[in-house]
Design a protein around this ligand. Sequence first.
Ligand SMILES: C[S@@+](CC[C@H](N)C(=O)[O-])C[C@H]1O[C@@H](n2cnc3c(N)ncnc32)[C@H](O)[C@@H]1O
Length: 207
Amino acid sequence: MPPGQNSGMASRDFDRRLWWLDEVAHAGPEHLDADYVAGYDHKSPTEWAEEVAALRALGIDSTSTVVDIGPGTGTFARAIAPHVARVVAVDISQAMVARMQELGIEAVRAGFLTYEHAGARPDAVFTRNALHHLPDFWKAISLRRIAALLRPGGVFMLEGLVYSFEPGEASTTIADWLAAAPTLLTRASSHRQVAEAARIRVRAMRA
Ligand SMILES: C[S@@+](CC[C@H](N)C(=O)[O-])C[C@H]1O[C@@H](n2cnc3c(N)ncnc32)[C@H](O)[C@@H]1O
């Protein structure tokens, strides 16, 4: 029987494989590379005090469950862990998940578009510098999934990267950016500094 003629979930799941986004293909090949992952913390040292303080100010405490989507090697998960009951770190990269599991983090291999949470609904979902991997349509689907995942009144904290120029300016802006890239990379010793050039933050969004 051709796909789509069956009724019920099995058929819908089969159909979805035909059109649902392949998140691995959009994850950035470096994030899938075990050698790159091994050097990730050295390349991108991160200070999470501001994010931890902001979540605590929003009511996240020792009873809370936090889900971090696109956690990389899990530095945020480790920073927030002493303050909460449970942290689940969800990454599409097997290499990132393996590294986090070595570090004792509860890490799940899944993506924005596939993660299914087990246990009490999260009090907070956190994501930094990961949602930009998805095309805009799929960002919207991801945000709807996160809203459905959170407990009512839960907190969503997003830090992401956005283009700060108009589409018509893309050729010149990106060419200029690439021309300056060696300088930028020398100056920018961390992801945070690079991200500050083009950053959007959404805080205190309640489900
Ligand atoms: C630039 S790193 C950011 C890591 C960390 N959040 C930070 O701010 O340092 C992006 C991470 O998102 C992961 N990623 C990419 N696409 C993803 C997706 N669709 N779902 C979940 N994780 C994804 C990558 O594997 C990588 O670990």
